[in-house]
Write a protein that binds this ligand. Structure first.
Ligand code: SF4
Ligand code: SF4
Length: 153
């Protein structure tokens, strides 16, 4: 999926996960060593798929995450950061400024010396429902995880 194809989060956007387990669990999220260790507390012999670039991915034989059981996450308590962030993807605003014309009502999150804008996957049915999104909390999670993931987006 390319950045240009994703819509941006606008001010006041709502979100509530419907726990449908359908869309986000087919995206083969990347995990880091800490997350692998947590997963092995429940599934001690679990081995992630390792891509040619050395990324550890949740990719099962059927093409989607092996922890998706009957439409629900079997490791909900320990689900990786990529799953916690979905369907949102923070991007430095200065990167988007070069490739997109941002709408006037885009939500901009200032953090340290940087400004961030969030893109989202509009195929997630939870977007537009529920409560306003806590983008600062999502961004902090993302920045912590970015230190460990090879390709967080
Ligand atoms: S994040 Fe979206 S796609 Fe994933 S379970 Fe929640 S509502 Fe469904
Ligand atoms: S870890 Fe859970 S939430 Fe994440 S992709 Fe797998 S089943 Fe879905």
């Amino acid at each position: 999926m390319f950045i240009k194809e994703l819509p941006v989060v606008k001010r006041g956007m709502l979100f509530k996960c419907r726990l449908c387990g359908q869309k986000c669990c087919c995206l083969n999220p990347e995990i880091n060593e800490d997350e692998l260790e947590k997963i092995r507390r429940i599934y001690p012999s679990f081995k992630p798929y390792v891509s040619p670039e050395g990324r550890m991915l949740l990719l099962g034989e059927k093409g989607y995450c092996p922890f998706l059981k009957n439409g629900l996450c079997a490791i909900h308590e320990y689900k990786p950061i990529a799953c916690q962030l979905y369907p949102f993807y923070p991007v430095e605003k200065r990167i988007l400024d070069d490739i997109l014309e941002l709408p006037r009502d885009v939500e901009i999150v200032r953090y340290g010396s940087e400004e961030y804008v969030f893109l989202f996957d509009e195929e997630c049915p939870g977007v537009g429902e529920g409560e306003p999104i806590n983008l600062v909390e999502l961004l902090e999670k993302f920045l912590r995880a970015k230190r460990f993931l090879k390709n967080p987006l």
